[in-house]
Design a protein around this ligand. Structure first.
Ligand code: 99T
Length: 209
């Protein structure tokens, strides 16, 4: 087996990194990527990462020629062009826009969940802004309700960019926000997630306990 030609700045707690690692696994490309651990938060940046990604965020992927690409959406698109199997992001037509919109909604759940995580973990409790926290949780609840009401059959049809993104978002809610109890209001999503979380790609990328 040849040495990895790409380097992924990663952390096992990051759901955005997990999306990339799940896609690598699903498309048989894991051996092409070496992992470089990045310990960071918005207030404790990783100086080495900042040299490659001025935004100081993971995932970032260094390609064989030294080019660095980010964010997770761009990396998924790039990697989806590097294998010969079925595309995980439809290349064109209405399916492309629909699946990318579902993926964007899943990423929006993540964005809200990560903002809540940072507010709770990084700011002093007396400075927490409850109204803002609740507004972020409302975004998550509304998007989850939309998946539950409108997208179960679509999610079940392919484990593609939309399904990968949502599966990683749900895994992150379990990891950082179990208090949200997302399964209670979304039983169909819960059943779907129970299935997809058994995939090897999901089991091998579970966040740390
Ligand atoms: O915001 C920072 O300075 C550092 N945070 C990150 O790098 C997070 C890690 S998840 N990544 C992103 O925000 C990437 C978002 C981007 N749109 C993408 O790649 O899709 C850490 C979560 C946790 O520790 O709980």
């Amino acid at each position: 087996m040849s040495a990895p030609s790409m380097t992924l700045f990663h952390n096992p707690a990051s759901p955005y990194v997990r999306k990339v690692r799940v896609l690598l696994h699903e498309t048989g490309q894991q051996s092409r990527v070496a992992l470089q651990l990045s310990q960071l938060s918005p207030v404790h940046p990783d100086a080495a990462l900042n040299l490659d990604n001025p935004l100081g965020k993971i995932p970032a992927l260094r390609l064989a020629d030294g080019t660095v690409i980010h964010d997770s959406r761009v990396i998924l698109d790039y990697l989806d062009h590097q294998h010969v199997g079925n595309p995980r992001i439809p290349r064109d037509g209405p399916a492309r826009w629909r699946r990318l919109t579902l993926a964007s909604m899943a990423d929006g759940i993540l964005d809200a969940a990560v903002l809540v995580r940072y507010e709770l973990a990084l700011r002093a409790p007396e400075k927490h802004w409850e109204q803002w926290l609740e507004a972020q949780r409302d975004k998550m609840r509304r998007a989850l309700a939309a998946f539950e009401a409108q997208a179960i059959a679509e999610l079940a049809s392919h484990f593609d960019v939309a399904a990968i993104s949502l599966a990683c978002a749900l895994g992150y809610l379990d990891f950082r926000h179990p208090d949200l109890q997302w399964r209670t209001a979304n039983p169909q999503l819960a059943a779907w997630y129970a299935q997809v979380s058994q995939r090897e790609s999901m089991r091998e990328t579970e966040p740390p306990q």
